[in-house]
Design a binder for this molecule. Sequence first.
Ligand code: SAM
Ligand code: MD0
Ligand code: SF4
Length: 362
Amino acid sequence: MAYTCKTLVLDEILEKADKEIPLSKEEIVFLLCLSDKKEIKKVNETACKLRKRYFGNKIFFYGFVYFSTYCKNDCAFCFYRKSNTKTIRYRKKAEEIVETAKRLADSGVHLLDLTMGEDPVFFSDDYKGFEGLLDIIRSVKDKTGLPVMISPGVVPEELLRKFKEAGVDWYACYQETHNKKLYEKMRLYQSYELRLLRKKTAQKMGFLIEEGILTGIGDTSEDVANSFEIMKDLNADQVRVMSFVPQKGTPMDGWSTPTRLRELLIIAAMRLVFPDRLIPASLDVDGLKGLRDRLLAGANVVTSIIPPRAGFAGVSQSSLDIEEGNRTVNGALPVLKNCGLIPADKIDYISWIRKRQEQNRI
Ligand code: SAM
Ligand code: MD0
Ligand code: SF4
């Protein structure tokens, strides 16, 4: 069935969301079609009310450590796709990774997200390259005491088990879209089913999982509402949306980035549908200047914190705000304050993830 932007009654939808009654696909599509400022404000207010119910006024911070930008894949949207000759390639040494993780921990982040392209050096020779990474993870955990998320792409089950044994808490692997036709055009030559299955396998092993979508890649509001449904079935612990940012040297370079209203409405609708989950406000799309709007739409995790002068890149904005020191906890604090929010304590984050792990076991 095709949904259109029908006239439903906004107040009724928001009342339902406030009572945590599941919204229909049609209602989600309706929310995503809003354009009136007063109406959007109402949606944001309900989203923030729900965030407050579960998280008070506390916000979490994730340090981002993109330690290898080599990749064997050719995702159409990505700056680091293997055939892009205009990209920035590096593979960081163990000491640099651990040092950067320590700096991030000292700066007050709650979690470290260790991210890589599907680097052929790691993936070849029966995944032997990952042995060194397991040591790195152990030393990051040992030196920082922080929870760790791993974003390694699609990896075999046995390797996931080793990550778990090394103390990793989260597995992040975004589908980008749950419209299979669109997926095939974005994640070229990569199995949709396998990518989804890995998240389910990781969850069974006791990982918390993050699922995410990109908007502005040809997705419709119906696609987004469908994604919400799949994220719900998946019982993802963290759900995200990011606006597509065109990248030099890629087939999608000539595309435009969607209006930010789209991402902000998706964040707010996500909060209405997933009131108790973690929802990122990524600095990777618009840098620090985009943080306020994302927090006011109901996000509760500032992601893509990257320390200056360390030589690590971002993803959709490979360098924006990094050397200026704006992608830091200190850089974000005034924005939080201005929104009436405060950084959470370390213990708040640990308690949240332990509680979630417990709930997922039952
Ligand atoms: N290689 C692993 C993978 O793809 O799962 C981990 C890499 S993580 C750096 C890649 C994520 O960044 C993608 O899943 C996508 O959501 C986001 N991303 C990549 N290119 C982007 C772009 N041009 N605009 C917005 N987000 C982008
Ligand atoms: C972010 N640059 O949070 C990071 C990245 C990967 N797990 C996360 C997309 O924006
Ligand atoms: Fe590689 Fe990930 Fe970029 Fe795809 S999104 S090209 S898998 S780094």
